[in-house]
Design a protein. Structure first.
Lengths: 271, 372
């Protein structure tokens, strides 16, 4: 694209300034995680940088345990979501039955109900099942996902019907077609949805807070909160160190996912 | 023995509008059978019903004398080639070809053998490792054909397989498909909207319009003796020249579109006296230039197309546009008045009301005899 140099400079300056503003809190957190408590409290520039806060974060709290819990639960939720969403989407696209479209609209209408509204009935069910403080209690309520079904349905609809018909003539059943054709063809969307699901569950706060009572299955987000309230005076350095650690998986997924996503997008565009 | 038999096959959606009406048809073994008709005539629906992809509303469908109305596609022992080829985008050519065999759990050794044979036959040896998106249109088409050949099903259905190819490639693939069918002795049911394809490929053709059979027969029969006005205007390129004709007994002349007066031969008097509303049709190649023949009419040229080996000339006959096709190259310009030779023996007579054929042209018969 051609634009005059002066315009370009203005654009870049604006971009840089807004970039700095948006990124400043993260940068501050990152800096603070290496600073001593005294420096943080006095608001001065760091006199010394060290990994003390990180060592403390791992030493004082079962951070590794929290990380493992978070990771495990997120993976389980991701797999559950992918499985249920793709199966539901398959049914909505390739199986013909009466009232299919109506059912689908009903299905996506549930997207309008915020999770917070259903949190009390959900809690009741989990409690009655005796799933408080268990991995399944933390993950199962998130398996059914209207958004995922919607996303995958749109994607599956782009698969030509002739592919299904060709496989019918070859004598292939629905489930095998789903496994050997639909899933590989819709790989890109599945990855997108997987990343989305993983990050959402990784950052979940309210539900783990409600459905856990002890450290055994607690996720890292709750752990972070505990870092904050353990002592009278908040040890901000340690909290920030914890926060940075928590952010890392998100960043990794973002960098990896971005590349995959771009590849997938162009692949579709150029046929 | 007939391989596919349709008895009173009907199709309707929502129990109201019928797409296909009482189709009776039998397709012989080893035959290249073409279903042709304009868009929306129900030809694809019929094919999909034979394949088992579409439910049959009424009638009986028999394959190899067994009623298969409720059999799923896989149990009908057939293969199908789709318009958009329906190749699996994530699989290589090889995997695409073997896809059906895997699903049918054919022995691996046998798979290999068939793959090698088919690939060689279709000239796909070099392409086996490629993905469909790395292939050209013609190559994709060949993979789709190979997939159907490799299944070794005796009945092959094709749904407009050539419509995505450019003209040159299409002509080439026409020959290739035809040869393949003859070599393997396949029974082929081929759907197309292109009448040239139908004429060049079919052993027999069925013309469909509005869900009704118009005519079934050999290509030449359809061309020379079209059963009705629809077939007359659908088969042949350019289409048959049609015009309303009125008999003037006092002049012993037939007036066509109130413009062309043709002297009436006495052998035609019986037709002309029985039928009052007539439409006549004449093929483009039967409007002759006046070289050996004597001039019967002088017509004004409204368009000329020079094709090199022949020249196609258009005239206004009343409201109709007639086309003449003359072999060779003619130096004629728009606006010229050219002498032509038109006689009644080349006319097909149709009943204007019903559209049915009353009498076909004599010339066609003469040529048929000459060909033998």
């Amino acid at each position: 694209m051609t634009m005059p140099i002066s315009k370009k400079i203005i654009f870049y300056v604006l971009l840089a300034v807004s970039g700095i503003i948006v990124f400043a809190p993260t940068l501050m957190a990152f800096m603070m995680s290496f600073m001593s408590n005294k420096d943080i409290m006095t608001g001065s520039l760091p006199t010394s940088l060290s990994f003390d806060n990180y060592v403390k974060a791992f030493g004082q709290f079962p951070l590794l345990k929290y990380l493992f819990n978070s990771f495990f639960i997120s993976i389980i939720i991701m797999i559950g979501q992918l499985l249920l969403s793709s199966l539901a989407a398959y049914a909505f696209v390739f199986l013909e039955f009466k009232g299919r479209d109506l059912l689908f609209y009903l299905f996506i209408a549930t997207m309008m109900v915020p999770f917070e509204a259903s949190i009390i009935p959900n809690f009741h069910i989990i409690r009655d099942l005796g799933w408080i403080d268990t991995y399944q209690g933390l993950s199962v309520p998130f398996f059914a996902m209207a958004f995922g079904t919607f996303l995958l349905r749109q994607n599956f609809r782009q698969i030509p019907k002739e592919l299904r018909e060709a496989s019918q003539i070859a004598g292939m059943g629905d489930f095998k077609f789903y496994l050997t054709v639909v899933l590989p063809v819709a790989k890109t969307s599945l990855i997108t949805l997987g990343v989305y699901g993983f990050l959402t569950s990784w950052n979940m706060y309210l539900w783990p807070l409600l459905s856990t009572t002890n450290d055994s299955v607690r996720t890292v987000q709750i752990g972070l909160k505990q870092l904050q309230t353990q002592e009278q005076l908040n040890d901000w350095g340690v909290i920030m160190a914890g926060a940075i650690i928590v952010v890392i998986p998100t960043l990794i997924l973002l960098f990896l996912g971005q590349k995959k996503l771009q590849k997938g997008l162009t692949e579709g565009a150029l046929k | 023995m007939s391989q596919v038999e349709l008895v009173g096959i009907s199709k309707s959606y929502d129990k109201q509008k019928s797409v296909l009406n009482e189709i009776d048809l039998s397709i012989e073994e080893g035959e290249f059978f073409v279903l042709v008709g304009p868009s929306g005539s129900g030809k694809s629906t019929l094919l999909r019903m034979i394949a088992g992809l579409e439910e049959i509303t009424g009638g009986t469908l028999k394959i190899n004398s067994n009623v298969v109305n409720h059999l799923p596609p896989k149990d009908r022992n057939l293969s199908m080639v789709f318009q958009n080829y329906a190749l699996y985008p994530h699989l290589s050519v090889e995997q695409n070809i073997l896809f059906g065999l895997n699903a049918k759990k054919v022995d691996k050794k046998e798979q290999r053998k068939r793959l090698v044979e088919t690939a060689q036959m279709m000239g796909l040896d070099e392409l086996l490792k490629r993905k469909p998106k790395e292939l050209s249109g013609g190559q994709r088409q060949r993979v789709a054909l190979a997939r159907s050949v490799v299944s070794e099903a005796p009945l092959c259905l094709m749904d407009e397989p050539l419509s995505n190819l450019d003209a040159k490639l299409r002509a080439h693939m026409r020959v290739e498909i035809r040869r393949l069918q003859k070599r393997l002795g396949l029974t082929m049911v081929y759907v197309t909207h292109d009448q040239v394809e139908a004429m060049t490929m079919g052993d027999r053709i069925m013309v469909l319009n509005d869900g009704k059979i118009q005519q079934v027969g050999k290509p030449i029969t359809l061309y020379n003796e079209p059963a009705n006005l629809f077939v007359a205007s659908f088969i042949g390129s350019p289409k048959m020249n049609l015009g309303k004709a009125v008999y003037k007994p006092d002049l012993r002349q037939l007036m066509i579109e109130e413009k062309l007066a043709i002297d009436v031969d006495s052998t035609y008097l019986d037709i002309l006296s029985i039928h009052k509303n007539l439409t006549i049709g004449i093929r483009a190649e039967h409007i002759f230039p006046c070289v050996d023949e004597k001039q019967t009419h002088q017509l004004e040229v409204v368009n000329v197309e020079h094709l090199g080996n022949e020249t196609s000339i258009a005239f206004d006959i009343g409201l109709e546009l007639w086309t003449a096709k003359w072999p060779g190259q003619w130096d004629i310009n728009v606006g010229d008045s050219v002498p032509v030779h038109i006689t009644m023996e080349n006319f097909c007579f149709f009943d204007t009301k019903t559209g049915e054929l009353i009498r076909s042209a004599n010339v066609g018969r003469k040529q048929e005899v000459a060909a033998i």
